[in-house]
Design a protein. Structure first.
Lengths: 187, 297
């Protein structure tokens, strides 16, 4: 460990050298202080955005959310056995519903009444088209699951409200069924 | 790399600020940590078939560029401490290593930008994502990124005295920074909007913890990018704006510190990008468990 302490001593020497000629290093100090202020300012702006609200807020039909949550509660117990295998399937199924929800949100901004029954039909249709497109990748597991299916496939992040939040995220299905919801990415 | 940079401007004034040299021990520690992390990530993504998706390809490419920068910096440190820096061949080898270093730094920035764009498409064009971002397109994008970085790395090192080149690189960095800021903040706002709509349902628990986590994650993502890359590009700006000012020369004397921050970026990036993925963490556990079966459950 002697070489580590040698490195520390050299660092202290450098810092002492900088401290001695402070007025010459004014640009350096100004730069770092400005950078720190900018990062802290950015943090506070982001916190403020969470408190006051984002510009494009949506208020979709509460019934759809309740339907979402109910299905989540029903299906949660069934799909925890084989994590690795089921995680892919569940992410696929979850993504279908969320893809649909996101698309619907964007198209029907003014319409507030999206009935759960219609949603089921439409999501089954989407499921079918996506199954066909993924057939050559062997993803035939989609047809096993009922829509909607909301299970959090990340066992480590287990808060109840996290599960409920993930329920509503637009999620991607990519070729390996790796999903990134806004909350998964940002937390 | 420092000798190339400082001698190409030819500052005539003297100042009290001699070049600050970072002790080798610190570079060595950072190099070892960075090498091990990024090598693990590259190996894990290559070995595990589940991780062959566009998102993980970009993360693997980021880890590879960090690996390359670490190796180049190690070679340069070894060369500086053990070989004669004035010889002709040593200068040529040093130039090549500098070009590799620049290429890997540009690669890091481009890969960070690519990851942000990929996440943006994931969230805002959910239905079309798997049509827009196939593996073939991702590999074409990666090939384009690396070609661009290789060419620009060589141009920056061999033509750093041309003002236009420096302006080009500064603009490149500013554009990347702005794009990353805009993309992530838009994703963050969408996540907040969704959280709010869910919280407005009856009987929901308080969601502030998740909001705080999202804010902190985003601040860390953006903050690390800004803090690690800004010193170097501010150095380039200072080279353009005030090459003969003694105050500016004091900033330029800290060039090794700026490089250190870029190496720190190579250490921190795996923690905030790659290790967030549960699949990758499971792959690591499996990789280590193969060698130490007794410790694994």
């Amino acid at each position: 460990m002697r070489w580590v302490s040698g490195g520390c001593l050299k660092c202290l020497n450098i810092l002492c050298q900088v401290a001695k000629s402070e007025e010459n290093y004014s640009i350096v100090i100004g730069f770092w202080v400005g950078l720190a202020v900018f990062v802290i300012f950015m943090f506070f702006v982001l916190t403020l955005l969470t408190k006051t609200g984002a510009p494009h807020q949506e208020n979709p039909e509460p019934a759809t959310k309740r339907h979402c949550l109910h299905s989540f509660a029903v299906n949660f117990s069934h799909h925890r056995e084989s994590e690795k295998e089921s995680s892919q399937h569940l992410e696929e199924a979850r993504s279908l519903f969320h893809c649909y929800i996101n698309e619907v949100d964007q198209i029907d901004r003014t319409k507030r009444a999206i009935k759960p029954l219609n949603m089921d039909h439409a999501s089954l249709h989407i499921q079918e088209s996506l199954v066909i497109s993924k057939l050559n990748e062997g993803m035939d597991c989609l047809t096993k699951f009922n829509i909607p299916n909301f299970v959090n496939s990340e066992p480590s992040s287990m808060l109840g409200d996290d599960d409920l939040l993930i329920c509503e995220q637009p999620i991607i299905m990519d070729s390996d069924a790796k999903l990134k919801s806004p909350h998964e990415i940002l937390s | 790399m420092a000798s190339n940079r400082n001698s190409s401007i030819g500052g005539a004034t003297t100042s009290d600020c001699e070049e600050v040299k970072i002790p080798e021990e610190i570079f060595f520690t950072i190099t070892v940590i960075s090498l091990s992390e990024n090598l693990l990530i590259v190996l894990a993504v290559i070995k595990n078939k589940n991780l062959h998706s566009p998102m993980n390809c970009f993360i693997c490419s980021l880890a590879f560029s960090n690996l390359l920068s670490t190796l180049a910096k190690t070679c340069e440190n070894i060369m500086i401490s053990h070989l004669d820096p004035k010889g002709e061949t040593e200068k040529k080898v040093d130039d090549i290593i500098d070009a590799l270093l620049c290429m890997s730094f540009l690669g890091s920035i481009s890969n960070l930008l690519a990851i942000a764009v990929d996440r943006y498409i994931t969230i805002f064009h959910a239905l079309r994502y798997h049509h827009l971002m196939t593996m073939k397109r991702a590999s074409v994008i990666l090939a384009g990124i690396w070609l661009f970085c290789a060419v620009n790395g060589m141009v920056l090192v061999f033509f750093s005295y041309v003002t236009f080149i420096l302006i080009f690189f500064i603009l490149l960095y500013v554009v990347s920074l702005l794009l990353i800021l805009v993309l992530y903040v838009r994703m963050f706002l969408l996540a907040q909007a969704h959280a709010r709509t869910i919280a407005s349902l009856p009987g929901q628990r308080v969601y502030q913890t998740t909001n705080a986590k999202g804010t902190i994650t985003l601040t860390i993502l953006l903050g690390v990018f800004i803090v690690c890359w800004s010193p170097f590009f501010f150095h380039l700006i200072i080279m353009l704006v005030c090459p003969f000012n003694p105050y500016c020369e004091c900033y330029r004397s800290l060039f090794q510190v700026n490089l250190l921050f870029m190496m720190l970026n190579a250490v921190i990036d795996p923690l905030i990008y790659a290790f967030r993925s549960a699949e990758l963490r499971n792959t690591f556990r499996n990789m280590f468990c193969l060698s130490r079966t007794r410790l694994c459950s």
